[in-house]
Every structure is written in structure tokens, then in C-alpha cells.
Design a protein around this ligand. Structure first.
Ligand SMILES: NC(=O)c1ccc[n+]([C@@H]2O[C@H](COP(=O)([O-])OP(=O)(O)OC[C@H]3O[C@@H](n4cnc5c(N)ncnc54)[C@H](OP(=O)(O)O)[C@@H]3O)[C@@H](O)[C@H]2O)c1
Length: 386
């Protein structure tokens, strides 16, 4: 065995020993690592805690190269899904790699939606609600009211962005609902987006977002659209995950396999979400299928076609007929189609009645035949070009 190999095994064993010693001997906080991580930076004295959820795990093996260095029985760690990953630890200024293999009794962690809990489990291990509120074009005051009304009505997903300039209002609406005992912070899934091109400005904007939203973490942070140095922006997001400021990472306005592949080529944490323009006239099935391979879920912006185009969507003949048939509004039929097709939807609204209507979509189900009818409305027509 080479010297480097011995050091690798010893270091991995040390890390493992720290891990196994749990809370008794190790006082330093554990670095939390989910299966979507492939690398983590350790400070001296830190240990790794695999943050995996499903107790179906038979065993987790830590390997260095092909050599198994330790086995942890189920119960010590909880695994979310089967798979292999490599943990590269920078320890004492040197870089080491550990291969982690999780074996499970049954597969889980798919991109399938749970329409009972109204959530999907992301590849990051976190649960994300599948229907929520969009806040684009809302003023701070409107955002505050809409967020409060959304939470009051039962919605638990809020979508905002640095660019929308209403994060302060979103934060106030959230605080109001928390203060009234309607929700706790951890019940609500907050998404924001950064619009930057450099590592430095990304770090700053993530902090600015937390400050304006008045939260200690966001559940999901997206790159708002492809830029000149996505690799640097993504690195800032990955560091924010390690620091606990961001839970899951996503990308927005990436429409092709090539665009996604580019991100995957430098990502250490696989994106959990792609948020794109997506509605009855623009359905990107191809990307959805490809993204699924990586456990990436597609989220629809402009679920109704966006302001100025809602009539065209609501009055579509198929949609209007189905609204009559199911005794629901066109908006509800469209949202139900998004969810049954596997798209998270975030309809924007400043109207409390509309918000309640948009959440009232769990008492009916579109038949397979009717789903196909809406699928055939696709014209590959996007309203926006960004
Ligand atoms: N990542 C990106 O680049 C990007 C781009 C655009 C949007 N987004 C996100 O996606 C969200 C959704 O997009 P969007 O808000 O622009 O467009 P949208 O959700 O397709 O449509 C919003 C329009 O629908 C109306 N509406 C909502 N619920 C209704 C109902 N039940 N009945 C009748 N009308 C209803 C709203 O009016 P009222 O206010 O009167 O209800 C508003 O005029 C945004 O808010 C934003 O969070 C992301």
C-alpha cells in the first residue's frame, strides 16, 4: 500500500471514529452531509454526520478506494435513498476521499409527488410543498399580505427573488403568520433567487436575502438565470449549504439537457430544482425526463402563462370544458394538471380569493384521458425569451 493510500485510510478511519463517537467524546459540532454532497470541508476536530432520513437503510459502508474501512449498522445513520457517493474531506490542509455506499431494503427518493401530504422529497433530502405562492411584480406591501393570506389558507411554499425587490414584504408576512401562531418557521418553505455573476457578489447577495427576509436560512436558493460565471455562483451556493444558510440549491431558466449538463459538470451538490417557464402552451417533457435521472424536480413559473396571458390560458377550449366537467375553475384545472404532470406550481397573486382558490385543488383528480387532452395543448410556445 502506498504512503498516500495509508494516510487516506488512517484519516478516513479518524473521521469515522469521530463520527461513531457521537455526542459523548466529540464536543465539536458535526458537519451535516446529505447524499447529494460529494465533498465537504472539515475543520480539525469536526466529524461528519450523514444526514439521511429513511431508516430502511441496511448498512452504510465507508470505503477508501475499493477497501471497506468501516460499516455502520442501520439506526446509527438513517438513509434516504440507495446509492454511492464520494466524500472528499479536506483535513489538516490535505484532501482525502471517502466513498460511501448506502444499501437499502427498498428504493425511495424519487421525484414522484405525494398528493396527500402535498409535498415531494427533494434529492437533498428535504420535503418541498408542490403548490405555493409566486411574488413577482408584488410590492412589499402586497407581498406581505399575500404571504400572510397564503399561509393562512394552508399554502406552505413561497417563491421570491432578490430581483423582485419584495423580500422584506415576504419576511414581514411570514413573521406575522408566525406571531399569530399560524405556522412555525420550519413549516414554511421559502425559495429565493440570486442574480449575480461573481463568487463575491453571490456570497453578499445570499446574506442580503437572509437579511431582507429576516430568516436564518432559506429552504431553496436558485441561480435566477444562466450568467457569465455560473460555476462561481454555484460554489457560493454550495458553501452556503455547508454554512446552514441554504438548504437546497436550484437553477432557473435552464431549458436544455446541455444547459443542465454544464451545471452538473461543476456541481458538487446536484441541483434539487429547475424552475422554468412552463404552462399548457409550453411543456418541456424532454427536460423533465432527463432531470428525473438526477432526482431533479421541475417547478413551473408562469403556470397560468403570466400576467397579460391568463385569459388565453383560462379560456383555452380544453381547459374551459374540463372546468365545467369537474366543477372547478380554469385556474384550478390548470394547477391540478401541473401537479399531476409532476410540476411544482407557484401561481402569483395579490388577491386573497385567488390564493385560496389556487390551494383548493386537492378534492378532485383529472383522469388520464383528460391529462392527455391538456398535454396535447402544448405548442412549444414560450411567452418570454430569458
Ligand atoms: N425564475 C424566473 O425567472 C421567474 C419568472 C417569472 C415568474 N417567476 C415566479 O413564478 C411565479 C408565477 O408567475 P407569475 O406570477 O408571473 O404568473 P402566473 O402565476 O402565471 O399568473 C399570475 C396572474 O394570474 C392571476 N391569478 C392568480 N390566481 C388566479 C385565479 N385563481 N383566478 C384568476 N386569476 C388568477 C394573477 O392575478 P391576481 O393577482 O389578481 O390574482 C396574475 O395576474 C411568479 O410570481 C414568480 O414567483 C419566476
Amino acid at each position: 500500500m502506498s504512503k498516500k493510500c495509508i494516510i487516506t485510510v488512517l484519516t478516513a478511519l479518524l473521521v469515522m471514529a469521530l463520527f461513531l463517537s457521537g455526542g459523548t467524546n466529540v464536543t465539536a459540532a458535526a458537519k451535516r452531509v446529505s447524499l447529494s454532497h460529494t465533498s465537504v470541508t472539515l475543520e480539525k476536530g469536526e466529524n461528519i454526520q450523514l444526514e439521511l432520513k429513511n431508516s430502511d437503510a441496511k448498512k452504510v459502508k465507508w470505503k477508501s478506494g475499493n477497501k471497506s474501512i468501516a460499516t455502520v449498522k442501520a439506526g446509527v445513520v438513517k438513509a434516504k435513498k440507495a446509492g454511492k457517493t464520494t466524500i472528499a474531506a479536506i483535513y489538516g490542509g490535505k484532501k482525502y476521499k471517502c466513498r460511501v455506499t448506502v444499501k437499502m431494503n427498498k428504493q425511495s427518493g424519487s421525484t414522484d409527488f405525494d398528493l396527500d401530504s402535498k409535498t415531494v422529497t427533494l434529492n437533498s433530502g428535504y420535503e418541498m410543498p408542490i403548490i405555493g405562492l409566486g411574488t413577482w411584480t408584488l410590492s412589499n406591501e402586497e407581498a406581505e399580505n399575500s404571504v400572510y393570506n397564503a399561509l393562512k389558507t394552508g399554502m406552505r411554499l413561497i417563491d421570491t427573488a432578490r430581483y423582485y425587490d419584495c423580500e422584506k414584504g415576504v419576511g414581514k408576512g411570514l413573521k406575522k403568520a408566525i406571531n399569530e401562531g399560524l405556522v412555525k418557521r420550519e413549516d414554511v418553505f421559502i425559495t429565493s433567487k440570486i442574480y449575480t455573476d461573481t463568487y463575491k457578489s453571490s456570497v453578499k447577495e445570499i446574506d442580503n436575502s437572509l437579511k431582507d427576509l429576516d430568516v436564518s436560512y432559506v429552504d431553496l436558493m436558485l441561480i435566477h438565470e444562466p450568467g457569465s460565471d455560473d460555476k462561481a455562483v454555484y460554489k457560493a451556493l454550495e458553501e452556503a449549504v455547508e454554512q446552514g444558510k441554504v438548504r437546497s440549491i436550484g437553477i432557473s431558466n435552464y431549458y436544455t439537457k446541455d444547459a443542465l449538463d454544464e451545471v452538473l459538470s461543476f456541481a458538487n451538490i446536484t441541483p434539487a430544482i429547475i424552475q422554468n417557464e412552463n404552462h399548457i402552451y409550453y411543456q418541456n417533457e424532454k427536460l423533465k425526463k432527463y432531470a428525473k435521472k438526477y432526482g431533479i424536480v421541475i417547478e413551473s413559473w408562469y403556470p397560468f402563462g403570466g400576467r397579460g396571458h391568463t385569459d388565453e390560458n383560462f379560456n383555452n377550449e380544453t381547459i374551459a370544458q374540463l372546468a365545467k366537467k369537474y366543477k372547478k375553475s380554469s385556474a384550478q384545472v390548470i394547477l391540478r394538471w401541473h401537479l399531476q404532470a409532476g410540476y411544482i406550481a407557484i401561481p402569483g397573486s395579490s388577491n386573497a380569493k385567488h390564493i385560496a382558490e389556487n390551494y383548493d385543488i386537492f378534492d378532485f383528480e383529472l383522469s388520464e384521458e383528460d391529462m392527455k387532452k391538456i398535454n396535447s395543448c402544448d405548442r412549444q410556445k414560450r411567452y418570454e425569451v430569458w
